[in-house]
Ligand binder design. Structure first.
Ligand SMILES: [Zn+2]
Length: 186
């Protein structure tokens, strides 16, 4: 049985058919880039984020991090994956962010209505049944978003690789109001 990942995507996007008939989605993005580059001027920045912050967030399409947090080009590192989970690879990026590129603060942003709330670890078993191989990674599904944010904060704070773990704060972004709610780490 194919693994159902439909819950992770937004359904019935009004212009999805229009996009498909006008070429591939990637073609459209490449065209948008040409327009972007035509107005682009070299900001003359180096790679160190201006605000010294790394934001770890879910990849959810409804979460526009730069707009929602008032971020400008060059301000921060953004590290995103399904759920905004603090995986080993996120620790890898945070370690490079802090040790090579000078960030000190970590902000974690999960959100309401996350696709991971509708999955379970059965997802891995179904994958194994389908393809004959179980993935090495955990799905990191959750039921309680507040608890999931607390676990993520704990993983950052207890990582031996990071230089700075004193300014680690976690939030839930409400996809219907656009507002952040801070999660008490305790
Ligand atoms: Zn999500």
């Amino acid at each position: 049985m194919p693994v159902n990942v439909g819950a992770m995507s937004t359904s019935a996007h009004p212009s999805a058919d229009a996009i498909r008939t006008a070429g591939t989605v990637t073609d459209r993005l490449v065209e948008a880039n040409e327009r972007y580059a035509s107005d682009f001027t070299d900001p003359g920045m180096d790679a160190r984020p201006v605000l010294g912050v790394a934001v770890v967030a879910c990849m959810d399409a409804r979460l526009d991090l730069h707009a929602a947090l008032g971020l400008e080009l060059g301000d921060c590192h953004t590290i995103r994956n399904a759920g905004g989970v603090v995986t080993d690879d996120v620790i890898r990026s945070l370690t490079i962010s802090q040790r090579a590129l000078g960030t000190r603060s970590v902000m974690l942003v999960h959100h309401t209505g996350c696709g991971l709330e509708s999955l379970t670890e059965d997802f891995r078993h179904e994958l194994e049944d389908e393809v004959g191989q179980r993935p090495a990674w955990a799905v990191e599904a959750f039921r309680d978003v507040d608890q999931d944010v607390r676990q993520s904060m704990q993983r950052v704070r207890t990582s031996p690789f990071l230089l700075h773990s004193d300014d680690v704060r976690g939030f839930v972004f409400d996809v219907t109001s656009g507002l952040l709610r801070e999660i008490d780490p305790a």
